[in-house]
Design a protein around this ligand. Structure first.
Ligand code: NAP
Length: 308
């Protein structure tokens, strides 16, 4: 029975040397040391094995895979029996050409984070948008469609968030970014498959507070706030009747944006719930069964606290 060390970082060269058990899973990233996915998934598998002994054979590992080696390494993971893989930075788009099928949702999000083995190749899905949707309801009691959404960022996480808003039927979406070229490229892609939705844009360098909608949910998908010295990406106190701030950043656990919001009486939450729910959905895709959320959340909280 596998007994995975959730902190151990493996290399692709370890695939030929080690036994990862009959039903392995893994996250591939570069770097990957920071990933809390192994403790999260192993905690859920342990809980699931109480009812179904087959999950005693399942185990989740982390592999450091350089981007230039990613495509050639996938058949090795398949050969070694890896049933499912998560891709994290910088692999979410690099991996696309190597997959046999990609779900419509993942295509719209322009990235995959969840691979499932089908024979000797993998199919791709994206669970980040689902994670955001569940997290916003759970932490702020808001849906992505009940109020205007002001999304900050135009990178991979912002694209997943924007696509999820449109899939859910959001009708009032505003996107702000620093780099306008990147922002227009994102909006162009979104409009291609959802021409009926009105998407409005603005610059984070000169935020038009007066023109932004009242009563909005703000989702921060920029990386501004990951460093303690980072400025506010937007000032929630200058927004009219802001309903809530969802900051995708989970480390540090409370960003300056969250602090400013909470001090002004605006509900705010960090990205941990999104991280947990994207993991729950990935494990559901691999097992085909409902996944217990509580052990994943507890393991995630512990792993993030231990890192601080
Ligand atoms: P990315 O593709 O590199 O995009 C980074 C975004 O941040 C871009 O919009 C970039 O704007 C903006 N940005 C960076 N530095 C900035 C600055 N100094 N001022 C203004 N804007 C700045 O990264 P990503 O993958 O989308 O990730 C973004 C964040 O989401 C990260 O903090 C990541 O940890 C978090 N995330 C969380 C989860 C979760 O489960 N909670 C999942 C995915 C991502 P420009 O285009 O102007 O450079």
């Amino acid at each position: 029975m596998p007994n995975p060390d959730s902190a151990q970082v493996y290399q692709v060269s370890d695939l030929g040397k080690m036994d990862f058990g009959p039903s392995p899973l893994a996250v591939l990233g570069y770097p990957v040391k920071h990933s809390v996915s192994p403790p999260m998934h192993n905690a859920a598998l342990q809980e699931m094995s109480r009812k179904n002994p087959q999950y005693r054979e399942w185990a989740y590992y982390k592999f450091e895979v350089p981007p230039e080696k990613l495509i050639e390494s996938l058949p090795l993971f398949a050969e070694k029996g890896f049933l499912g893989l998560n891709c994290t930075i910088p692999h979410k788009t690099v991996v696309l050409p190597a997959l046999s099928e990609v779900t419509g949702g993942a295509r719209r999000k322009g990235a995959v984070n969840t691979l499932k083995r089908k024979g000797d190749i993998y199919t791709g899905d994206n669970t980040d948008g689902f994670g955001l949707q569940k997290a916003v309801v759970e932490t702020l009691g808001l849906s992505l469609t009940e109020c205007p959404v002001i999304l900050l960022g135009a990178g991979g996480a912002a694209r997943a968030a924007a696509a999820q808003c449109l899939e859910q039927g959001a009708s009032d979406l505003w996107i702000g970014n620093r780099n306008q070229e990147r922002l227009q490229a994102l909006v162009g892609a979104l409009r291609e498959w959802s021409p009926q939705t009105r998407i409005r844009t603005f610059s984070l360098k000169n935020i038009p507070y007066e023109g932004l909608p009242a009563g909005a949910l703000v989702v921060n998908s920029t990386s501004v706030g990951m460093q303690v010295k980072d400025p506010l990406p937007i000032d929630p106190r200058k927004l009219s009747a802001c309903r809530g701030i969802y900051d995708m950043i989970y480390s540090p656990p409370e960003t300056l944006l969250m602090q400013a919001a909470l001090e002004a009486g605006i509900p705010a939450a960090n990205g941990m719930a999104m991280l947990v729910w994207q993991g729950v959905k990935a494990l559901e895709i691999w097992t085909g069964e409902p996944v217990p959320v509580a052990p994943m959340r507890t393991a995630c909280e512990k792993a993030l606290t231990d890192k601080e």
